[in-house]
Write a protein that binds this ligand. Structure first.
Ligand code: PEP
Ligand code: MN
Length: 356
């Protein structure tokens, strides 16, 4: 951290700042020029540095942070990519993972049928919502535990591991009985008690970026999960709110290379929620892989016109198969390839993910 003093600051004010730095347990480096006086704060201390407190001290013009406020998520402290094992493959390696399935699990037949079609088309994991965070309380809220049981059956048939959302701390132990990856939805990215609970679970977590969250806020949210010793965190760019209304959200494609440079955690792109329209999904999926994403999470429904949620952005299975073919070509062009599909039979939940 750097403290910049006002040009008219007094010697007493400067020494008060230095004394505060020392009492917080850090070293102060004073640099005094003709016009400006700067105090560099360096070293390690158990006392957190509170920029805002220094900013209120007499004679201080501004305070600038020079290191990121997140440590466990930072590539600076952990230069190598974290690999999250998922059913024989690794999220974050040269292999690109494709998670696909319906927005909501609607029935046993629906999820088993989609899972078989996803497997056939080349998906590496199955997504499906059992607990749905809907904007309206009158919209379909999900079939709950029953849906998780149907997904577990779909996993038994296909070997595809399950990615599903958990919305509440109380649901975590139950969802862990079925899921291979716990999804934290955009609306819950800053639900800190939920982040603590999934951190403690030690289950792999797919953390979606809040629709109005900055990249730094996403990384701070990941830090909550990591701080429980749960290193199996994947980040998901799912589109942000902007002034643009032509699409449901705006895909922040910049977030992919920015995250890859700031953090060692795998980065997944959701072209479905980030566009909100099936016709744009494949183009944005290709862009995401070209930009360096480690995987995709895509919504698919055999009858989008009858879907209970997000039908407008769901691909039909044959279009999804085309997406897989195109994404595979893009992956090869950037020195990667699609992850191999799980062997069958497979995945006993919870044993599929081992620490990196
Ligand atoms: C979903 O994956 O269906 C979902 C609700 O996503 P998000 O939290 O990104 O809106
Ligand atoms: Mn959805």
């Amino acid at each position: 951290m750097i403290v910049v003093m006002k040009p008219a600051s007094t010697a007493q004010q400067i020494s008060d700042v230095i004394a505060r730095v020392k009492s917080d347990g850090y070293d102060a480096h004073l640099s005094q020029g003709e016009q400006h006086t700067i105090i560099g704060v360096v070293g390690e201390s158990p006392t957190p540095l509170r920029e805002e407190n220094y900013g209120t001290m007499e004679g201080v013009e501004k305070v600038m942070r020079i290191s990121a406020p997140y440590k466990l998520a930072s590539r600076h402290f952990h230069p190598h990519d974290t690999l999250v094992p998922l059913n024989g493959s690794h999220m974050g390696s040269k292999k690109v993972l494709i998670i696909a399935g319906p927005c909501s699990v609607e029935s046993r037949e629906q999820i088993i049928d989609i899972a078989c079609q996803m497997k056939e088309a080349g998906a590496t994991a199955l997504r499906g919502g059992a607990f749905k965070p809907r904007t309206s309380p009158y919209s379909f809220q999900g079939h709950g535990e029953k849906a998780l049981q149907w997904m577990a059956e779909a996993r038994e048939r296909t070997g595809l591991p399950i990615v599903t959302e958990v919305m509440d701390t109380a649901q975590v132990p139950m969802v862990c009985q079925y899921a291979d990856v716990l999804q934290i939805g955009a609306r819950n990215m800053q639900n800190y008690s939920l982040l603590h609970a999934v951190g403690e679970s030690q289950y792999p977590v797919l953390l979606k970026r809040g629709m109005s969250a900055t990249i730094q806020e996403l990384l701070m949210a990941a830090e909550y999960v990591l701080s429980h010793g749960n290193r199996r965190v994947m980040l998901c760019e799912r589109g942000i709110r902007t002034f643009e209304t032509a699409t449901r959200n705006t895909t922040d494609i910049n977030a992919v290379p920015v995250l890859k440079s700031l953090t060692h955690l795998p980065v997944i792109l959701d072209p479905s929620h980030s566009t909100g329209h099936w016709a744009y999904v494949t183009a944005i999926a290709r862009a995401g892989i070209a930009a360096g994403a480690d995987g995709l999470i895509v919504e698919v429904h055999p009858h989008p016109e009858e879907a209970m949620s997000d039908g407008g952005q769901s691909l039909k299975p044959e279009r999804f198969a085309q997406l897989v073919r195109q994404v595979s070509a893009v992956a090869e062009a950037v020195g990667r390839q699609l992850a191999p599909q799980p062997m069958h039979p497979t995945a006993v939940n919870g044993t599929t993910a081992v620490h990196d």
